[in-house]
Design a protein around this ligand. Structure first.
Ligand code: HXC
Ligand code: NAP
Length: 270
């Protein structure tokens, strides 16, 4: 990369930071000097993430917390702030996803995704605010489904649309404190749980999905991390309330590949 970021001395907290895209973002900040805390539901995932982040030599902490439970989220902030002080960078990216038509969703099936993605983001924002440093960078991880309707994804579309609007309102309300609030909307990112769940089941090579991206390839976790670092750097000091796609130009096409996967699952009775 031809840009050098340096987050030495900064404190960064990542909810849903124990795997996939969010862990990739945490790793980029750890590699550039930040003190990094990650939180997720499962102890094994937390332990593995802490081990991996620790290879960069800086301070790392891991926490078991469910974003659906505001008290467990608040406990993470309390622990981080008491040890490292105010939070400079906050990334909220916990999410759940599966393919299902509305008519196959139970009340709880719809609720579980809204609870993790949207209510979870609210809990992270609401509990985190009092611990944010003046000038902090807050980033919510959203998805193309927030703005593009996608069959088999009503629960995700509804939840992530809420995340986008929450992001924009917080930019209004927190701007006076110099806090910037933005969102990143990744396209299909290679090697992630999200892509595995949404790739066409009859196309194990993922060709259909890759062809849907104008740049002709999946994105990488590093490319999402680069955008997160840019947004948290002084180069982005006048950017707030933005929802930024990082998708190879292809969100509209890519979501049609997701619908193919849903149709495949429906036709195969899974
Ligand atoms: C219909 C389903 C279902 C399915 C679960 N449910 N899977 N309904 N079709 N395929 C229903 C269950 O029947 C249940 O309703 C309710 O959802 C809750 O299910 P649980 O298994 O009890 O929930 P829980 O253990 O809390 O797990 C949450 C989860 C799970 C979301 C269901 O998949 C999870 O933990 N996901 C986290 C990892 C993940 O999804 N990563 C990908 C994020 S990527 P009933 O009525 O039976 O009680 C992403 C990508 C976006 O968001 C865009 C990519 C381009
Ligand atoms: P992932 O690897 O499954 O990451 C999800 C993370 O959230 C994990 O750390 C998971 O850890 C945690 N998590 C899930 N439920 C939680 C809860 N209730 N409380 C706390 N933590 C929870 O998924 P990913 O594919 O990398 O996706 C990461 C983000 O990118 C999500 O916001 C997703 O919507 C977005 N996104 C992904 C893609 C893609 O191509 N992958 C595209 C667009 C948007 P535990 O399971 O241990 O809790």
């Amino acid at each position: 990369m031809d840009i050098q970021f340096d987050f030495t001395g900064r404190t960064a907290v990542f909810f849903g930071g124990t795997s996939g895209i969010n862990l990739g973002i945490a790793e980029a900040f750890a590699a550039r000097g930040a003190s990094v805390a990650v939180a997720g539901r499962k102890q094994d995932n937390v332990d593995a993430a802490v081990k991996r982040l620790g290879t960069h030599g800086g301070p790392v902490r891991g926490f078991v917390a469910d974003v659906r439970d505001m008290e467990s989220v608040a406990a993470v902030f309390d622990a981080v702030a008491s040890e490292w002080g105010p939070v400079d960078i906050l990334v909220s990216g916990a999410a759940g996803n599966f393919l299902a038509e509305v008519n196959d969703l139970s009340s709880n099936g719809f609720k579980v995704v809204v609870d993790i993605d949207l209510n979870g983001t609210f809990h992270v924002m609401r509990s985190g605010f009092e611990h944010l440093a003046p000038g902090a960078s807050v980033i919510n991880i959203t998805a193309p489904q927030a703005s593009i309707p996608v069959r088999y994804q009503a629960h995700v579309c509804a939840a992530k649309a809420g995340v986008d609007q929450l992001t924009r309102v917080l930019a209004l309300e927190w701007g006076g404190r110099g806090i910037r609030v933005n969102a990143i909307a990744p396209g299909p990112i290679a090697g992630t749980e999200g892509l595995a769940r949404l790739s066409p089941g009859d196309d194990p090579t993922g060709d259909r999905s890759v062809r849907s991206v104008p740049l002709g390839r999946f994105g990488t976790r590093e490319e999402i991390a680069d955008l997160a670092m840019f947004l948290s750097s002084s180069a982005a000091s006048y950017i707030s309330g933005a929802v930024i796609p990082c998708d190879g130009g292809g969100s509209f096409e890519s979501v049609r590949a997701i619908e193919d996967a849903g149709r495949f699952l429906a036709s195969s009775g899974r």
